[in-house]
Every structure is written in C-alpha cells, then in structure tokens.
Design a protein around this ligand. Structure first.
Ligand SMILES: *Cc1c(COP(=O)(O)O)cnc(C)c1O
Length: 400
C-alpha cells in the first residue's frame, strides 16, 4: 500500500475532524519517525508535547511490556498494585497531597472543573448552581461540550449548543480584567501558564504570580492547565515554577505517559480533591495498572534524563539561532524552553505551506492558527539534531 491508499481508506471510513499533513507514519524512535514509504522525518511537534521523552522510549516500552504480562485493567471496582505508587510518586514530584487519575487531558480538565465547583459549594459556600469559573481568551483546554463552552474558537462551539453555563472569559495576560471578573460566586480561575495551542503565548512577566495573589485574596482557586506546558517543556518541571507559583490545582496529561498510552491526572490539596466522595466521579480506565506503570516510568525518565534542564539549555540555543535567520516572512519569534512559535507576517501566505515544505525536507511540525509555525521537539533531542533542523528551517524561511 502507498501513502495515497492509506489516506483514501481513512478518509472513506474515518470522520474528517482533522486536517493532518499527508505523511502516513508507521515507526518512531527518539526524535525520528518513518512513513510507510520509508521516508524518515525529524519530529518537531512531539505529538503536541506528549512525547517529550521521545518516541518509544526503551524504558517506557519495557515498563509497559512488563506490566502487560501481568495485569492491564481492573476498573476502580477493585484496587491494583500500581495506582498507589503512581499516586505517591506524582504527589511527591509535584508537591501536592492528592491526585486523581484520568485518561485524556480533557477529562483531567473536566475533573478539575467538577472539583472546583464542588469545592465552591461545600467549602467556599457558594449558593447552589451559582458557581462561576473564569477562563482566558486564546485558551485551549480540550473538546468536551463544557470545555468548548469557553473556547475562543467559534468553530469549536458552532453547532454544538446548548453550551454549559457558569463560565466567564477574560483577556489572557490582563490582571486587571481578572480582578474585575471576580465575584463572590467565583470558584476558580483556569489558566494555561503558557498558551500552547494559542500559539506558544508567554504571558507578561508576573502575570501568574499576580493571578495567584488575587485568587488567594478572593478565595478563588487557581487552576493551572499544565497538560502541555508541564513535564519539562518550558525548562522547568511545571511552567508555573518560572514565577514561583504553586497553583491550587494542576492538570497534567500528554507527556505523563510519554506517548504510550492516554494518562492524565489532577493534583491538588486534600481540601480540594477531598470533595469527591465515592460515586461522585470516575472512569473505567482511569488509574488502570498499565497506565500507572507507564506513567511512573515516564516521570522517572523526565527526572533521570533531566529533560527540563535540557529544554532550558537547548531551547535558549534554538531561540538564539532562530533569531539570526534573516527571513522576509517572519514577524517575530516567541517561546520558552524547547517551545517556539514562529509568528509569520500577514502576507507570508500562512504557516501551513511552510510546514508542508519542511515535511518535504524531512522535518515535521504543525501550524497553529493560520500564521504560527510551532516548534516543540521531543526533549531528548541533541544539539546536533537541532542544528540539522535549523538548516532546514532556515532554507524554508528564506527560500520559500
Ligand atoms: C492537549 C491539551 C488538552 C487536552 O488534552 P487531550 O488529551 O487532547 O484531551 C488540555 N489542555 C491543554 C493545555 C492541552 O494542551
């Protein structure tokens, strides 16, 4: 079968809810992937930061295979011998008292929304069904009906109403807007420390810190969605650390399994996650032993291989080199750690054609919005591999 045959089959039988670049991948190792025709590509998207540890990391593959030979799913009707360890290790790594395991990132966000609402009613004392949650313009938190309710993208909502009440939107990075939006019924402020899907947008310095202070002052919970910004990507284990902030709640996903399995989690204090009583919330696969075994190893690899430190060092190098490229198309570069948005000028014809050109040169990355090329390679990438990529990026940005 050739590339076109796979595409035809998928398009005939699969819903068309994505518009992928047309390479059909079948293998991956570290920063490299291979398509069905034997072409190799360097992966500069890392599955939206789910494979920070690189594709098929040998330690993760081994942990998963070992666990597969033992036990994969118990449901939470019974206990398993892996969840207690993941819970403890994740709490120790993050400095929180409790965690709640789910599968996808969107489910972790939903879990956080439920937790803060119930906290609002049972602990803050908000009147029944009056809880408000504040979110930001430009956000991405997932695709459930409640989450798309506060999505800035009209397309994410259009045709899916009626939407969920109880959410307010404010501009990202605007501390005054946050202060103005808080009412006695506000239970939480949900924010990405760095907006990933929004185009790698780093808020003004001090934003998260001031948000945390405001939240504390008004007894509002600060929920940091670190599903993409966490686990090393920005040069710290969690992006909130750049400002010395410890949010009340953190949602974690993506690299929590290094790409082997959908694993997500919410971490918070006992006061907050303690609002859940048996039956309040759950998931058949959440906390299953296969997920827990792979997540435990995924966390250890991030620590052992110093992935946050690598992201800080190599990210600074990448940004420095990018800024030296003299391109007629680039408006500016922004980013943090190994996470860069190349913002193109309005007349550059959009980011997609640059991503397609890079693909033809053996490098995979994906546009976000129409004019931003996002770079987010696996954090195990070497300096030499970054140089290899820079050569191609420079060619595309100057020759196209
Ligand atoms: C990817 C992402 C999500 C959703 O995760 P899924 O696993 O796709 O449901 C939520 N929040 C942020 C910040 C993300 O980047």
């Amino acid at each position: 079968m050739k590339t076109q045959d796979y595409i035809k089959m998928e398009d005939q039988y699969g819903a068309h809810n994505y518009k992928p670049l047309n390479c059909v991948l079948c293998k991956g190792q570290g920063v490299w992937v291979e398509d069905v025709e034997g072409n190799r590509y360097m992966d500069f998207l890392a599955s939206y930061s789910a494979v920070n540890q690189g594709h098929s990391h040998p330690r993760l593959v081994k942990a998963m295979k070992d666990q597969l030979d033992k036990l994969s799913l118990t449901s939470r009707a019974f206990r398993n011998d892996q969840l207690p360890f993941l819970a403890k290790e994740l709490c120790e790594l993050t400095g929180y008292e409790m965690m709640l395991p789910m599968n996808s990132g969107a489910e972790a966000v939903e879990t956080a929304l439920k937790a803060v609402r119930k906290w609002g009613y049972t602990i803050k004392g908000v009147e029944k069904d009056k809880a408000e949650i504040i979110a930001c313009d430009g956000n991405f938190h997932g695709r459930t009906i409640s989450i798309v309710t506060f999505s800035p993208e009209e397309q994410y909502k259009d045709g899916f109403g009626p939407l969920t009440p109880g959410f307010k939107m404010i501009p990202y990075g605007d501390i005054k807007a946050l202060e103005a939006a808080i009412t006695p019924n506000t239970v939480a402020f949900l924010v990405e420390p760095v907006q990933g899907e929004g185009g790698v947008i780093v808020p003004p310095a001090g934003y998260l810190k001031k948000s945390a202070e405001l939240c504390k002052k008004h007894n509002v919970l600060l929920v940091a969605d670190e599903i993409q910004s966490g686990l090393g990507r920005t040069g710290k284990m969690f992006a909130s650390e750049h400002e010395g902030v410890k949010p009340d709640v953190i949602t974690i996903g993506k690299a929590l399994s290094g790409g082997l399995y959908p694993v997500s989690a919410v971490v918070a204090s006992k006061e907050i996650l303690g609002v859940f009583k048996p039956g309040d919330h759950g998931s058949t696969y959440g906390g299953n032993p296969l997920a827990c075994a792979v997540a435990r190893e995924a966390l250890k690899v991030i620590v052992d291989e110093k992935l946050p430190e690598r992201a800080a060092e190599l990210g600074a190098y990448l940004m420095d080199r990018l800024k030296k490229i003299d391109s007629p198309h680039v408006d500016f570069y922004r980013g943090i750690g190994l996470w860069v948005g190349i913002v193109l000028k309005k007349d550059a014809g959009g980011a997609r054609r640059f991503c397609e050109a890079l693909m033809n040169k053996g490098m995979l990355c994906k546009e976000t919005h129409w004019n931003v090329i996002r770079l987010a390679p696996p954090l195990v990438i070497t300096k030499e591999e970054i140089d290899w990529a820079l050569e191609r990026i420079e060619q595309v940005l100057t020759e196209l």
